[in-house]
Design a protein. Sequence first.
Length: 192
Amino acid sequence: MHTPSHLILNLAALRRPVPPAMTWPILVGALIPDAALFVFYGWARGQRLPSQTIWGDAYYSQPWQDIFAVGNSIPLGLLGVALGYVLRGFRLGPWVGFLGASMVLHHLADLPLHHDDAHQHFWPLSSVRLISPVSYWDVDHFGRLGATVELLLVLVATAHLWPRLSSRGSQGLLGITAALITVACGVLVLLG
């Protein structure tokens, strides 16, 4: 699933009825699983690797897969939820809990939409990868279906969030993000 989709879906699932102050931990938790991917891509472009090498070889190499496993770990996300619960009486407790919950939601949304690029979601307990028959991007593995499901979920979540956002700026950012996802998924569905 595209990173901006996780932002919208996690906000829709977790933000209400919690205080708006929890928006940031939800957003950060939605980003953490993909953060190493952005670092990796910056490194690969800095090495002047061609796209085929980036996504065909370098992405699957060690230590990158080990690094990706840390951010995509369901046990670590659940640890955040548990710590948030234990620390609920302290100022940072809810922040940690929502961060962990948002990470876990990201992982659960990724599980059914990653085929060849499946993550080690159970690290450090296991290095097993759950290979889905459906990809969110690879047309050889029902990528059009994956992109359509992603787009529909984002549009429903956007409609849910829109009236609940208190500022025009937030609504504008949501609208721009949803439009970008619509374009990305639409290109895949139509041109894939």
